[in-house]
Design a binder for this molecule. Structure first.
Ligand code: SF4
Ligand code: SF4
Length: 437
């Protein structure tokens, strides 16, 4: 029986819009590969305009906390420069015009087995494949693995997919459980945990059945109660093990490491097929989309191409999020392109516009009850509005996991997550300035 976590909400799932749609490949004419797809230092381009590239060829890399990026189509580099990114900023990117042939890089090396490979060698393969956390966080997986060596007794595989609308992990678990389990076997070989648990919310019975059939003793399968944000790292750890990650701490502090199911499948592709992270399943959904679906999209596919592949807009979208509506980032245009952590494009229609909104905070306390991190969102927001750095720190803004549970029930519809992202940036910038003095 799973433990539980504090707070949380029960938003309507809307998963029925796309959960029956198999993951279907698309073949865009161009891709835009962003040089900053992960937490850490951005990559520097390794190619020039006019170069011919092949699928899986490394085209960007950097030093320190960094994950390389690779060509996701074969073709010609036609542009290098700042392009719109899903974060809403312009980021250095490489644009490749596809030749439609998807020729694989000749250097890619397949492996039948990992016997004889050391943990360090496996971590190096994962690093060179550019794998980052695919649940959204974008932390380089090789760094997570190397920092967990000798510290982790429990590996958690995250198949919760608690965010409304998104079904890409659900479909992956149904369609490719063997890839996930082969990836898990690599992680286990590296970290040597005592316990490995796959957590899946129990609203995905087909995924649970598919994993159960493929398991072969590789891991325990734990159906979880449906509650948002069950899939957030700290909440999943608490729900499965009862352990609480201390404020500001990492999962390794309580002997845990968490990997998304899509990350496991990417590790399988890298280690056994020799294929770097060049594509991923993306759910394109929402009431404004004509044919909600799950697409296997090369990294760097434009949002415009995703919408077109989903039959276009059924109606004028009211709001577009990359990701889901709780943790996603609102987009003003469809110009940006997918990065490794993008699992969905959710398009709200006018029907989703809230009917009436209170003009200001009425101190109802709903946000406090909902916060799984036991923060005081109303005071955090006030501190951000006043640019009060001391109060932001005292209210632990950096512990906010940006889950959106507070904003979900707020009768004033205050954009709390956006407010806390701004608050974190204010604090980070102030600390960086202090460090330079
Ligand atoms: S839920 Fe909204 S209105 Fe209620 S206290 Fe929190 S911020 Fe204020
Ligand atoms: S304050 Fe942060 S962690 Fe708490 S509910 Fe809001 S977004 Fe989630």
């Amino acid at each position: 029986m799973a433990h539980s976590f504090f707070g949380g909400v029960h938003p309507k799932g809307y998963k029925e819009l796309s959960c029956q749609m198999p993951i279907t490949p698309i073949y865009p004419k161009t891709v835009t590969i962003c040089m900053s797809q992960h937490i850490g230092a951005p990559c520097k381009p390794l190619v020039s305009i006019g170069d011919r590239v092949t699928v899986g060829q490394k085209i960007g890399d950097g030093q320190g906390l960094c994950a390389p990026v690779h060509a996701s189509v074969s073709g010609e580099v036609v542009r290098i420069g700042p392009r719109p990114a899903p974060t809403g900023t312009y980021v250095e990117s490489i644009v490749i015009a596809s030749d439609g042939k998807y020729t694989l890089c000749p250097d890619l090396q397949k492996r039948e087995s990992i016997q004889g490979l050391s943990p360090e060698e496996l971590i190096s393969i994962i690093r060179e494949a550019g794998i980052t956390g695919m649940g959204g966080a974008g932390f380089p997986t090789s760094v997570k693995l190397s920092s967990g060596l000798g510290k982790v007794d429990t590996v958690l595989i995250n198949g919760a997919e608690c965010e409304p609308y998104i079904t890409s992990d659900d479909r992956l678990m149904q369609e490719a459980p063997e890839r996930i389990l082969r990836g898990i076997s690599v992680i286990k070989t590296i970290l040597q945990p005592k316990r490995t648990v796959i957590g899946v919310e129990n609203n995905k019975p087909q995924a649970i059945a598919a994993l159960r059939q493929a398991l072969q003793g590789e891991a325990e399968l734990l159906p979880l109660r449906v509650r948002y944000p069950q899939g957030a790292e700290k909440q999943l750890i608490q729900a499965v093990t009862g352990r609480q990650v201390p404020p500001g701490g990492l999962p390794a502090a309580v002997g845990c490491a968490v990997f998304n199911v899509a990350t496991c499948a990417a590790i399988c592709d890298a280690v056994f097929e020799g294929l770097p992270l060049v594509r991923r399943a993306v759910t394109v959904t929402g009431k404004a989309i004509a044919k909600p679906c799950n697409l296997l999209a090369p990294i760097g596919t434009s949002f415009e191409d995703l919408v077109e592949a989903a039959g276009g807009f059924a109606s004028q979208p009211y709001k577009i999020f990359v990701g889901g509506p709780m943790m996603g980032i609102a987009q003003h245009t469809l110009e940006a392109s997918t990065i490794k952590g993008n699992n969905a494009l959710t398009c709200y229609s006018e029907a989703d516009r809230p009917a009436s909104v209170l003009p200001y905070c009425i101190r109802c306390g709903k946000c406090v009850e909902a916060c799984p991190m036991q923060l005081m969102p109303l005071f955090l927001h006030k501190a951000q509005v006043l640019r009060d750095l001391e109060a932001l720190e005292a209210e632990h803004v950096m512990d906010c996991i940006e889950c959106g549970s507070c904003a979900y029930g707020c009768p004033a519809r205050i954009p709390l997550v956006q407010s806390f992202r701004t608050g974190k940036k204010l604090l980070r910038d102030a600390k960086a300035k202090e460090g330079k003095k």
